[in-house]
Design a protein around this ligand. Structure first.
Ligand code: LP5
Ligand code: MN
Length: 262
């Protein structure tokens, strides 16, 4: 499918996605991702993946796994066609490292990262670090993001790491069932602080699975925060989507069918 651009519908130049949680248990979501790469991302200059592309990532020594290889190959094909791919880690796939970057050709970015696209300076982040009301998660995050902790974990056999991660996923599901909806959203002060620290007026993040566009004003400066949706085409209510910036600098949200969200 070739996207036809016009004055009324300018071409997209950059696309943003996050929270696909890809795994072989999600065949339809995986196919939707491959279709997105082939039909949408192939038409732009830059693709930004803002975390949790994978359900989990146990370490780059899992690159040979046939499912992981199919995702890597699809990203490599896109990269080889001339599309630059940028990556910010999520709370599920922060163990992605240099070997994955090398295999796919994508560029690992720090979180947060300020992207310059057209006339925009945009803060990009996964969004989990701003969920500061979720103190149990913050403590967990602080621990597992330590280099020493990760080095020790990565020395364990791959199968043992996967067993530990399965346990953590269960713990996480259980913990979330006891937390309030509000606690698991980003904290307004953490967002204000990030806007102030980066000096930007636009932010894009994922993680919360609460797609939206939020405007705020600080000392006469208008700020806009875009939240990406998660993807799931393997359950009854299919969902997903992306954000695009076009040649005019317009920032638009799209659902999984490619319809613009007003
Ligand atoms: O991921 P999701 O959407 O279910 O929930 C997140 C937070 N949970 C997590 C945990 C991950 O899901 C587990 C998988 C990680 C795989 C990566 C490899 C890691 C291996 C270690 C590498 C060094 O991120 C969840 C938030 C939710 O988002 C909303 O923001 O609430 O937070 C939690 O559930 C954390 C719990 O509240 C507290 C932790 C319980 C586990 C305790 C085990 C202690 C192990 C010590 C490890 C150092
Ligand atoms: Mn996340």
């Amino acid at each position: 499918m070739t996207i036809v651009c016009s004055i009324a519908q300018p071409c997209p130049v950059a696309l943003f996605i996050s929270d696909l949680h890809l795994s072989e248990l999600q065949p339809r979501t995986t196919q939707a991702f491959f279709d997105f790469l082939q039909q949408r991302a192939s038409q732009v200059q830059e693709l930004y993946i803002l975390g949790d592309l994978f359900e989990y990532w146990a370490g780059d020594d899992d690159l040979a796994n046939p499912y992981n290889k199919s995702v890597v190959d699809a990203l490599r094909l896109l990269n080889d066609s001339g599309v630059q791919i940028f990556w910010i880690a999520g709370n599920r796939d922060f163990l992605i490292g240099a070997a994955f970057a090398h295999a796919t050709g994508l560029k690992l970015l720090p979180d947060p990262f300020i992207a310059s696209i057209g006339n925009h300076r945009i803060t990009l982040t996964h969004g989990d670090a701003q969920c500061t009301d979720d103190t149990a998660y913050m403590a967990f995050r602080q621990q597992v993001r330590q280099t020493q902790w990760q080095t020790t974990f990565l020395l364990l056999p791959l199968s043992q790491r996967k067993t530990i991660i399965a346990g953590l996923r269960n713990d996480s599901r259980q913990a979330k069932s006891t937390k309030s909806y509000d606690i698991m959203d980003v904290n307004a002060i953490a967002i204000d602080d990030l806007f102030a620290a980066t000096g930007t007026a636009i932010m894009i993040h994922g993680h919360t699975h609460r797609p939206g566009r939020h405007e705020s004003v600080d000392c006469d400066k208008q700020r806009v925060r875009y939240v990406l949706p998660d993807w799931d085409l393997d359950t009854k209510v299919s969902r997903g989507g992306w954000i695009a910036i076009d040649t005019n600098g317009a920032i638009k949200r799209y659902d999984i069918a490619g319809h613009e969200i007003p």
